[in-house]
Ligand binder design. Structure first.
Ligand SMILES: C[S@@+](CC[C@H](N)C(=O)[O-])C[C@H]1O[C@@H](n2cnc3c(N)ncnc32)[C@H](O)[C@@H]1O
Length: 263
């Protein structure tokens, strides 16, 4: 298992990119429904990866200053290169706990808290990075929601069940939204809104993207956790699912939280 080699990181960045493309409309709707965007002038994308949020929501960021921060140099290099001519956008390679220099109106944290050792410590740190009245928009795992292994075909169900087992060894926190809700008050936040993610994948483009995502995930699972999967079987079952009468998928098992700083 080698987490840090360049091909694995590139594969990981590609998987994150597909995931973000699938989620882009939902993310857009969530931001819209919160009605917060006009009062936000500066955004910190904490654990930004290769900058998928900036990439797929660039229209929303036009009049804001955007800072993406991630500890992986390869991701930051890729994102910086892609945006070198875009004003108001910068990417920094840094551990987010070592970043103390500035304050922001909004911190965006997409699928990052589940990887951190302590949700409470992260919230306390984010509190120091926010302007008065600022907030955090979080997307992450939530154990109180049923985890769905979709598309519901045997090889994919097995693949993600293996991932669940493997990721527990890798200290992934499967209930981090519950932890956020529990620690928010003592870290100086009010939970304003909790919204379950309910992504519907039904357009032909999205179905192809989902297939691409599952195949990339299968390769990653193999590299991260040394868990083998029969990728040919996965592909043939996915193609059959794509041709079937009801290929709509509801991607659940995760959710959004909107937190406002109170102190
Ligand atoms: C699942 S990825 C999500 C990436 C990104 N938010 C996206 O939507 O594509 C988690 C990211 O958090 C970053 N990360 C984890 N711990 C970090 C830390 N202490 N400081 C900075 N980045 C961190 C990882 O390098 C990785 O890019």
């Amino acid at each position: 298992m080698n987490f840090k080699d360049t091909p694995t990181l590139e594969l990981y960045a590609g998987t994150l990119d597909v995931q973000a493309r699938l989620h882009a409309n939902e993310t857009q709707e969530i931001i819209q429904s919160l009605g917060i965007w006009n009062s936000v002038h500066s955004v910190l994308d904490a654990g930004c990866g290769a900058g998928s949020f900036q990439k797929y929501l660039s229209a929303r960021l036009k009049d804001k200053s955007y800072t993406g921060i991630d500890r992986e140099g390869l991701f930051i290099q890729e994102a910086s290169e892609r945006t070198k001519d875009v004003t108001g956008v910068r990417f920094l390679q840094k551990d987010l706990f070592e970043f103390r220099e500035e304050k922001f109106d909004l911190i965006y944290v997409w699928a990052v808290l589940q990887h951190l050792p302590s949700v409470k410590v992260a919230l306390q740190h984010f509190s120091t990075l926010l302007n008065p009245g600022g907030g955090i928009l979080i997307f992450d795992t939530n154990q109180s929601q049923e985890m769905k292994f979709e598309p519901n075909v045997p090889s994919v169900v097995k693949l993600f069940a293996d991932l669940e087992a493997g990721s527990q060894n890798a200290c992934r926190n499967e209930k981090c939204l519950d932890d956020v809700i529990a620690s928010a008050p003592s870290a100086g936040f009010t939970v304003v809104k909790s919204i379950p993610s309910n992504l519907k994948i039904n357009s032909p483009t999205d179905r192809r993207l989902l297939i691409e995502y599952v195949l990339r995930a299968a390769e990653l699972i193999e590299r991260f956790y040394s868990i083998q999967s029969d990728r040919e079987l996965v592909l043939s079952e996915l193609n059959a699912w794509d041709q079937s009468k009801s290929p709509t998928v509801n991607w659940g098992g995760a959710g959004w939280l909107w937190l406002k700083k109170t102190t």
